[in-house]
Ligand binder design. Sequence first.
Ligand SMILES: Nc1ncnc2c1ncn2[C@@H]1O[C@H](COP(=O)(O)OP(=O)(O)OP(=O)(O)O)[C@@H](O)[C@H]1O
Ligand SMILES: [Mg+2]
Length: 256
Amino acid sequence: MQLLCESVGVQFGSRSQPVPVLRDLSFAVGEGEFLTFLGPSGCGKTTLLRVLANLIEPQLGKVTRLPSPGDRNGHVRLVFQENSVFPWMTVLDNAAFGLEMAGVPKADREAQARELLARYHLAEFAHVYPRHLSTGMKQRVAVIRAFLSNPSLLLMDEPFAAVDSQTRFRLQMELLLLWEQQRTTIVFVTHDLDEAILLSDRIIVLTNRPSGIAAEHPVRLPRQDRAAMVGGPEFLDLRRQLSRDLGLPAWDIQHA
Ligand SMILES: Nc1ncnc2c1ncn2[C@@H]1O[C@H](COP(=O)(O)OP(=O)(O)OP(=O)(O)O)[C@@H](O)[C@H]1O
Ligand SMILES: [Mg+2]
């Protein structure tokens, strides 16, 4: 699915005390593209994803979804920053939920869910309820559920923010593998510059609220070598540039 976001403006608050959040935001997302948004806390990244998911109607501008020829189902899935799993369902039922909605028979959907649970190191928790999982484990279940429904557009709001750095790297690699297999269009939000560079085709940096576009960078590092380039000169060049765009202090640019 392709997306076209034209002059989108969103504000909260009352008429007398408006809180403008997004201002005149225009961008396009290509079919199968992995686009990441970086931006200061509270600038409106989650709001933007909610607009793209059609959960919020922008007061100004419009969002157009363009299904591509052969587009699978037109489904849009959003993985939230937190609480993305259903507490009343087991891990297996959560993971298979999208397939159940699509009418996939029980044995088939459970087999597919179990395969991904195993890849995400959750096989032994298949029959456990989410309250017994750590935050990071819950997020993994949410990612599996989103991918299993084979969406045309996947919106991900800091899905790995609560995961420790070693697990995070494994999950990032798994996510790329799934994305390469399914070629879903992904709009991703993170605070983590390395994560943005590692995963994305393109990165858009947002300004402070009300958010507009501060900068935009294609990530030209070859995908097959990217994981090995972390910390290398080209990787650090882009990282420094992103830090400047975000207005991080010089200390952060050198050491973050
Ligand atoms: N439903 C709402 N009603 C009123 N204000 C809201 C609502 N949702 C968000 N806001 C305000 O809009 C601003 C942007 O919030 P949003 O959650 O989109 O930021 P964010 O960039 O995702 O932040 P973070 O990086 O901390 O996740 C904040 O000032 C927030 O208080
Ligand atoms: Mg947010």
